[in-house]
Design a protein around this ligand. Structure first.
Ligand code: DC
Length: 224
């Protein structure tokens, strides 16, 4: 069976990783969460108090980002350490948004991401997968949901983790991050011309997956 590359882009907290993981498991493909890679670099900069771009760029040769399987789930590693437990905070997310605007950081991670896709059979999610990392991807999805719906999802996630978030602050953060992701000079988040838009504001997980499995199977059918 021919293998394809599935590129999933979209705003933060619109469920990209849940969908990408489910599709990868359905297809028997490898899942790559590129946001986690930017978050790992962000964690490195926070731990080492690197605040200016030049210092972050100079540190790149000392940074190795990878993945390991831990209890059946994929975890991101930073210089060999499983850092999954530390990268899902608001602070790391905001720092990731900032470091991901640095051209050299993007080039560093994009090169690694492209290598992961050489044998296809991959579902990768992020912001620039269909536009920069794999413009040749056979299936490109662009996920979106309203800022309020996404803020509520993030709010619920933070509460589930034992944090005590303020909804208005979470919503402001979602809007700020959208602005930064779509307005940065380097590879801003935008929909690839040939991407299929999925607005999941009012879709159940089952409805979404049904649609996405269909799009995946239709893409495979067109190849043979
Ligand atoms: O998807 P996420 O929230 O884990 O991503 C963290 C940050 O990294 C987010 O602000 C956007 C950035 N990012 C990016 O610029 N390009 C990607 N391919 C993935 C994430």
């Amino acid at each position: 069976m021919k293998k394809i590359i599935v590129a999933i882009d979209g705003y933060s907290s619109c469920g990209k990783s849940t969908i990408a993981k489910a599709l990868a498991s359905y297809a028997g493909y490898t899942y790559v969460d590129t946001g986690a890679m930017y978050r790992a670099i962000a964690l490195y900069t926070l731990r080492n108090n690197l605040t200016d771009d030049a210092a972050i760029i100079a540190a790149l040769p000392q940074i190795e980002v990878g993945f390991v399987l831990a209890n059946g789930a994929q975890h991101v590693t930073l210089n060999g350490e499983d850092v999954e437990p530390f990268i899902r905070t608001l602070e790391v997310g905001n720092t990731a948004s900032r470091v991901s605007a640095i051209k050299e950081v993007r080039a560093f991670l994009v090169a690694q991401q492209q290598k992961m896709g050489v044998s296809k059979g991959i579902v990768m999610d992020g912001r620039d997968i269909g536009t920069v990392v794999f413009p040749q991807a056979e299936l490109k999805l662009f996920l979106t949901a309203s800022p309020e719906v996404r803020a509520q999802r993030r709010f619920d996630e933070l509460v589930a983790k034992g944090e005590k978030p303020n909804f208005d602050a979470v919503l402001a953060d979602v809007n700020d991050r959208d602005y930064r992701d779509t307005h940065r000079a380097e590879s801003p988040l935008r929909q690839a011309e040939d991407a299929i838009v999925v607005d999941n504001s009012f879709m159940t997980r089952e409805q979404q997956m049904e649609l996405i499995y269909k799009l995946f199977n239709d893409t495979l059918d067109k190849l043979v």
